[in-house]
Write a protein that binds this ligand. Structure first.
Ligand code: ADP
Length: 612
């Protein structure tokens, strides 16, 4: 067994690999970029090596830097995770040439499956059903148009070197073929440096079904059943589950046999996934499922397979890479219950799924029996603009599909992240969509119904009322005002937007602000201040503490000239940092705040005198 392992990746997958390696007594070595100096995978590994600036092209994608880090730390093996260099045959070969163990398939297997057209031809030859289409060398637009007509519209144009949902064009009308082809080729050339395309029949009611396979160096290949990843947004997976709903034993037997044949055709070693597309218009049928592509690495969604089979796929990867055989026989593998995974992202569905970057001031995950969170961040960590903004994979297990689905929905609804926005409420709504509940979604579901799922989430009035009560002094609450009507309302600001809320109670020790959490979202609720600015009491220039807390830094000195918006000091309260800024141009006339000082709400921290 290998004794030390360098993980050429970051985020949740680096942490996931470290977890198993550590349990197996293997020394772990992380690599990190500038932006990841304080990342969770760096904290969790036994050692960590800095490999350069934040952009991936200057760090995680530079094979020489990874190899140098391995040499420097005496690492015996390299695990690439997914993405980055994981399907780079040249890098895999360089690792092997450096005398290290590559935790992955042979470079030749990666190459064989690297281009979609070559892979499809190879699979067809091996007797694996492939999606009907044209996968020839001839790239003459007229020939391609002819082939498209032969296949029959609608067709899909796919870049042979494409990936991640990029480089694909759906053409429904032959009149649009030429334009779609040109634009697909442009995108393919720019993104993948290869403008070759193939043409495929566009499958109606398409379901994405994939099979986890595993090979060892002793010639054994097993499968670990299927996953269904049909719920997608723009060809990217959103929710994955195992097994696939509506899969009967005969269809499963045929599909998994195809997958094993596919893996054997490329002498596959390690963890791999054979992706199929199914025409789900009449349920899953063996004669309507076709090979799409093979991913020659561990997948993002591997946990759902682990949860139903009890297998630790990373452990198998490390054993097989060390030359051991797969520890169990095919007959001993079985499906226990149902597992479902959602990808929790730092993004704002209401704003076109724009990434939401910043500090994770609040980070809470819902819990459930059999629940699992695979994350690469912690409370206080940054979501940086440099990498995929995934916060966590939230995974639930249940005796049956409904139980897994409900548990996952509860785990997401009980999560709370602030001030970074997430897709949690989008995911909850997707899980509750009637077609998802019925297990009949196709890959176009979100395209058709996504708008309602993406709508801006709102806290309920009841939740807001109880939150507002925590901000109102008891003596001011309506129940204690004998002559007032039983319910009054007050003005508050929710994430800075004024809002009238019914007053139904009060608090003996009212807070200066509260975080309202509901349905997986979090909002800051504060008393309404007319000027909207924290602590700056209008034109007076008095900088008051907006809530009780601790001064963590003071950026200015007494007598210093400051400009409007300049940072004066930072206060920590409720585990959050609040920056207080100058309300206008002026000088620091008074400065009472000192680092580490505890201050009461409304304490005068500083006073700015306006420049006349
Ligand atoms: P990538 O390598 O970019 O992930 P894939 O070939 O795996 O591309 O396809 C991505 C997704 O596109 C699939 O999961 C499926 O939703 C859709 N798709 C691919 N091929 C077809 C097809 N022939 N008909 C309908 N949808 C398809």
């Amino acid at each position: 067994m290998i004794q030390s392992l360098l993980i050429a990746n970051r985020g949740e997958i680096a942490c996931r690999i470290i977890r198993t390696a550590r349990a197996m007594g293997i020394r772990t070595i992380a690599v990190y970029s500038d932006a990841d100096a304080k990342a969770l995978h760096v904290r969790q590994a036994d050692e960590a090596v800095h490999i350069g600036p934040s952009p991936t092209r200057e760090s995680y994608l530079v094979g020489e830097k990874i190899l140098a880090a391995a040499k420097q730390t005496g690492a015996e093996a390299i695990h690439p995770g997914y993405g980055f260099l994981s399907e780079n045959a040249e890098f895999a070969q360089a690792v092997i040439d450096a005398g290290l163990v590559w935790v992955g398939p042979n470079p030749a297997s990666i190459t064989a499956m690297g281009l979609k057209d070559a892979a499809k031809t190879l699979m067809a030859d091996a007797g694996v059903p492939v999606t009907p289409g044209y996968m020839g060398e001839n790239q003459d637009p007229a020939v391609l148009a002819e082939e498209a007509a032969k296949i029959g519209y609608p067709v899909l144009i796919k870049a042979v070197a494409g990936g991640g949902g990029k480089g694909m064009r759906l053409v429904e009308d032959p009149a649009n073929f030429a334009d779609a082809l040109a634009s697909c080729k442009r995108e393919a050339a720019a993104s993948f440096g290869n403008d070759h395309v193939l043409i495929e029949k566009y499958i109606l009611s398409p379901r994405h079904i994939e099979v986890q396979v595993f090979g060892d160096t002793h010639g054994t290949v097993v499968h670990l059943f299927e996953r269904d990843c049909s719920l997608q947004r723009r060809h990217q997976k959103v929710i994955e589950e195992a097994p696939a709903p509506g899969m009967d034993a005969a269809t499963r037997a045929s599909l998994t046999a195809s997958a094993v044949r596919a893996a054997k055709a490329v002498d596959y070693v390690g963890a791999g996934t054979i992706e199929f597309i199914a025409d789900g218009s009449e349920g899953l049928r063996a004669d309507r499922i076709w090979f799409m592509e093979m991913n020659t690495r561990l997948q993002v969604e591997h946990p759902v397979t682990e949860e139903i089979t009890g297998v630790d796929l990373v452990e198998w990867q490390l054993r097989v890479a060390s030359g051991e055989p797969i520890p169990v026989a095919q007959e001993d593998l079985g499906i226990d219950g149902w597992a479902m995974e959602a990808r929790l992202y730092a993004e704002d569905p209401a704003k076109g799924f724009l990434p939401s970057i910043g500090t994770l001031e609040l980070l809470q995950f819902g819990e459930s029996e059999g629940g699992r969170i695979d994350t690469g961040v912690y409370e206080g960590a940054e979501v940086s603009p440099f990498y995929d903004p995934m916060i966590a994979k939230v995974i639930a297990w249940g005796e049956d599909r409904d139980e897994a689905r409900e548990r996952l929905s509860d785990m997401l609804a009980d999560s709370a992240v602030w001030p970074v926005r997430t897709n949690a409420s989008f995911l909850v709504r997707a899980l509750e969509h009637h077609d998802f509940v019925a297990g009949t979604v196709d890959t176009g579901q979100i395209g058709r119904d996504g708008e309602a799922m993406a709508a801006e989430p709102e806290p309920s009035e009841a939740t807001l009322e109880s939150a507002a009560a925590a901000l109102v002094p008891l003596y001011d609450a309506p129940a204690f005002r004998l002559n007032a009507p039983p319910v009054r309302s007050g003005w508050f600001q929710l994430e800075g937007t004024p809002r009238e809320i019914a007053l139904t109670g009060g608090s003996e020790d009212p807070a200066a602000s509260v975080l309202v959490t509901e349905g997986g979202q979090a909002w800051l609720l504060e008393p309404w201040r007319k000027d909207g600015a924290h602590g700056a009491a209008g034109g007076s220039g008095a900088i008051l503490a907006p809530m009780p807390g601790k001064v963590i830094s003071v950026e200015v000195e007494q007598g210093q000239a400051v400009t409007k918006g300049q940072k004066l000091l930072t206060l920590e309260a409720m585990k959050m940092e609040h920056t207080l800024t100058a309300p206008f141009d002026g000088t620091v006339a008074e400065l009472n705040a000192k680092p580490d000082q505890q201050v009461q709400v409304e304490a005068l921290l500083a006073k700015i005198e306006e420049t006349k």
